[in-house]
Design a binder for this molecule. Structure first.
Ligand SMILES: CC(C)(COP(=O)(O)OP(=O)(O)OC[C@H]1O[C@@H](n2cnc3c(N)ncnc32)[C@H](O)[C@@H]1OP(=O)(O)O)[C@@H](O)C(=O)NCCC(=O)NCCS
Length: 173
């Protein structure tokens, strides 16, 4: 597990595009170019709230997990949305769990108050993974996405990070 590097981007794009084409897990409908994913990649840093970690085995990236901005307005700054994708040949081997462990370790002490994540049911691996890492199911938005000729629900989850911020107002809870 390590921080993502710019040279990982083609492989990260390849993993993501597999799910764009084959799965409702992402609501993107058309594969992204590496250049387009470069804009997404640009939000991540090696410090701070917005991180990207990759799992690498024998020089091959098997998956990634990241924490992205949740919504644009500044009062949302301390909420991040997590994202995680493993290569199709690497699912179900514990890579996702190791990626989330590395991501959350890396973020410990950062000024983040809530993590949120949404998955498209049925996705048992995602549901179990998030439950294992302390995400609580908040609710289901119904028929939010239209892909493969039908509507898909989104189940949203959240996870508290406690008051890790040096900002004094956080002490008030
Ligand atoms: C969801 C995903 C990241 C999970 O990572 P993973 O490496 O496959 O999962 P792990 O092997 O770490 O297992 C995590 C948990 O899910 C369970 N699990 C994994 N695959 C499963 C499957 N196919 N069916 C049922 N449970 C499964 C594991 O038993 C484990 O449960 P536990 O913590 O209760 O023991 C990965 O499967 C993936 O990339 N899926 C496709 C893209 C996707 O759906 N991304 C998430 C969008 S929200």
């Amino acid at each position: 597990m390590r921080a993502a590097r710019r040279e990982d981007l083609p492989r990260l794009t390849e993993i993501y595009n597999y799910y764009v084409v084959h799965s409702p897990a992402t609501f993107d409908l058309e594969p992204k170019t590496v250049e387009e994913r470069g804009e997404w990649f640009a939000q991540f840093r090696e410090t701070g709230r917005h991180r990207l970690v990759v799992a690498e085995e024998d020089g091959v990236v098997l998956g990634y997990a990241g924490s992205t901005r949740f919504r644009a307005k500044p009062a949302y700054d301390r909420t991040v949305e997590t994202t995680i994708y493993c290569a199709p040949e690497a699912v179900g081997r514990g890579v996702g769990a190791r990626l989330y462990a590395a991501l959350f370790d890396a973020m410990a002490g950062e000024d983040v108050h809530r993590m949120v994540a949404g998955y498209v049911p049925p996705n048992t691996a995602s549901e179990k993974l998030h439950a294992r890492f302390g995400f609580r199911r908040v609710g289901v938005f119904t028929e939010q996405g239209y892909k493969f000729g039908r509507y898909w629900d989104v189940c949203w989850m959240e996870r508290s990070l406690g008051h890790t911020s040096p900002h004094p107002e956080n002490a008030l809870g």
